[in-house]
Ligand binder design. Structure first.
Ligand code: NAD
Length: 242
């Protein structure tokens, strides 16, 4: 019950699905957690459940990011772990997707993760001794062809590139900050239900992602940075067909 004891974590999109499971797991293992979400009521409910704090936070907003980082450090004294998890999906293929959708999805996933890394690193560096762990939630759709989610896949691909670049930057700076990405396959959450419906056998559970988040947040993963971790129970590597 102490794998992340003493650490301070921010989980974006922490009011539902994977973010909620991450927040619960981090709190259970000893972290103090700031739950943020554009849905303030959802964030508040999770924070109350786990004994953490919450903030309304739209990850598209640079001002919101500055306020969230500032208030987390003011409340808990530092930042050790940032989980860039918030997201939505708008199902559409390349022929039906609109530029407006593309920009919206990229603003949330790609720009949100960019801002999180930018301001998260700033706070982590200021702490005595430095160090920290940034965990970016990408998706299997970044590296496999799912025709019906083109804007989402593009944004999730950007998250992988941001992760690689940030990890290389932090290693070069020697600041002890690590940055890794998780690429979940289908996980049972409201987001997945919106895409494929309620009935979808064989999907993963939010705790399957949360356990990986916990590992990346903890010092157990201290030599791991720049990794792209596929979490799909082998669904993407099973052969078949011509
Ligand atoms: P979810 O809908 O259950 O939760 C997403 C949360 O993000 C919600 O609480 C929502 O209010 C919040 N959010 C949405 N827009 C926001 C914004 N602009 N600012 C702040 N918060 C915002 O979905 P989920 O399945 O838990 O998804 C979490 C992350 O996991 C997303 O990045 C998603 O793309 C990714 N993911 C999910 C799956 C899956 O199968 N469920 C697979 C791969 C990746």
């Amino acid at each position: 019950m102490s794998r992340v004891i003493g650490k301070v974590a921010i989980v974006t999109g922490g009011g539902s699905g994977l973010g909620r499971a991450d927040a619960r797991a981090l709190a259970r293992e000893g972290a103090r957690v700031m739950v943020t979400d554009v849905d303030e009521d959802a964030a508040r409910a999770v924070a109350q459940e786990i004994g953490g704090e919450y903030l309304r936070h739209d990850v598209r907003s640079e001002q919101d990011w500055q306020a969230v980082i500032e208030r987390t450090v003011a409340r808990y004294g530092k930042l050790d772990v940032l989980v860039n998890n918030a997201g939505i999906v708008v199902p559409a293929d390349i022929e039906s997707a609109t530029l407006e959708q593309y920009r919206l999805i990229n603003a949330i996933h790609a720009e949100g993760t960019f801002l999180g890394c930018k301001y998260g690193i700033g706070a982590m560096k200021r702490k005595p001794g430095g160090g920290g762990s940034i965990i970016n939630i990408s998706s299997l759709s970044a590296v496999r062809g799912f025709p019906g989610v083109v804007t989402y896949a593009a944004a999730k691909g950007a998250i992988l590139s941001i992760t690689t670049t940030v990890a290389a930057h932090c290693r070069e700076k020697g600041d002890g900050i690590r940055c890794n990405a998780i690429l979940p396959g289908m996980i049972a959450t409201p987001l997945l239900e919106a895409v494929v419906g309620a009935e979808c056998p064989g999907v993963g559970q939010p705790d399957d992602v949360a356990n990986t988040v916990l590992f990346l947040a903890s010092d157990e993963s201290r030599h791991m940075s720049g990794a792209h971790i596929v979490l799909d129970n082998a669904s993407s590597i099973i052969g078949g067909g011509a």
